[in-house]
Design a protein around this ligand. Structure first.
Ligand SMILES: C[S@@+](CC[C@H](N)C(=O)[O-])C[C@H]1O[C@@H](n2cnc3c(N)ncnc32)[C@H](O)[C@@H]1O
Length: 283
């Protein structure tokens, strides 16, 4: 990293610390160590209203792990683009993919617009990954043209080979007012045939009580105080983001019901998890 790049990264980090950030709050909830007092205070306050919020975050992360293992294994995918990849922690996409494919022939492009997530991803990759196959780049998923040209500029993605596009636990940070349909349409259009799209988000579907319904509404309001205000969705509202892609079994479901394994939280009661997700293939 040049000294100018380092200075601007440090400036971006300093400027990002006056508000909690979704990347760092999530990192705190899933047991990572790249979060600050402002994020932890926010997380604990949110947990007072939604006691299982940490478990919902871990459920999202587990869903990511299971889908990547399936994509790299059974589905034979060798290239991954991760939108809103977050802070590196246990079970990063390139690690799970390498575990599933002992030939270590997968390539991963991580993208995020959170300065601390980026700096830590770059540091982790520099220490532990293969620079020929793994890279973390700064990109705002709200600017798909720019993001996609940066992804292609890495030269890690072959535009003729199926890609797994991961948008995990991210779309609840894109309110309908910001036109997520336009974004998803762009990304779906730019994937080669046979590509797979992984989407998940937090849901407000079927709350178990009026109190829970209210708490979920309050949670969305509370996130207005972070760098990432958001919106929960039901599966009916969420399904449209897959466009005409074909959902693979078991479809769009509560995340714990997607090919659960022995470690899956809420495996016996998926609808209590408050996370929905699915994987769909481009025809
Ligand atoms: C809850 S975390 C999920 C991280 C990771 N995808 C996972 O599943 O473990 C949400 C991530 O989305 C990122 N994000 C939110 N809005 C974004 C945007 N407009 N462009 C890029 N990343 C964004 C946040 O910075 C954060 O890292």
């Amino acid at each position: 990293m040049s000294s100018t790049d380092r200075d601007s990264a440090l400036r971006a980090i300093e400027e990002s610390l006056d508000k909690p950030s979704a990347a760092r709050i999530y990192d705190y909830f899933i047991g990572g160590d790249t979060n600050y007092a402002i994020d932890r205070a926010f997380a604990e306050k949110a947990r007072e209203r939604i006691p299982l919020l940490g478990e919902y975050c871990r459920t999202s992360r587990q869903f990511l792990g299971r889908t990547v293992r399936w994509l790299a294994g059974e589905a034979g995918i060798r290239q991954f683009v991760d939108l809103g990849s977050g802070l590196p922690t246990a079970g990063n996409v390139h690690e799970v993919a390498d575990e599933a494919r002992p030939a270590h022939d997968t390539r991963v492009v991580y993208t995020d617009n959170e300065p601390i997530a980026l700096t830590h991803s770059a540091m982790l990759l520099a220490d532990t990954a293969d620079p020929e196959r793994h890279i973390a780049i700064a990109a705002d998923l709200m600017d798909p043209d720019e993001l996609w040209s940066r992804v292609m500029a890495t030269k890690l993605i072959d535009r003729d080979e199926p890609v797994a596009l991961l948008v995990n636990a991210v779309l609840h940070f894109v309110k309908d007012a910001r036109d997520p349909d336009r974004l998803l349409e762009f990304y779906r259009d730019h994937l080669p045939s046979g590509s797979l799209l992984v989407l998940s988000q937090m849901t407000n579907e079927n709350p178990t009580s009026d109190a829970e319904r209210q708490a979920l509404e309050d949670l969305a309001d509370y996130y207005e105080n972070t760098t990432n205000p958001g919106q929960l969705r039901t599966s009916e509202e969420f399904a449209r983001f897959f466009g005409d892609f074909e959902l693979v079994e078991p479809g769009l479901v509560y995340a714990p019901a997607w090919r659960p394994d022995a470690d899956t939280l809420f495996a016996k009661t998926p609808s209590e998890s408050r996370v929905i997700g699915g994987v769909a293939r481009k025809p």
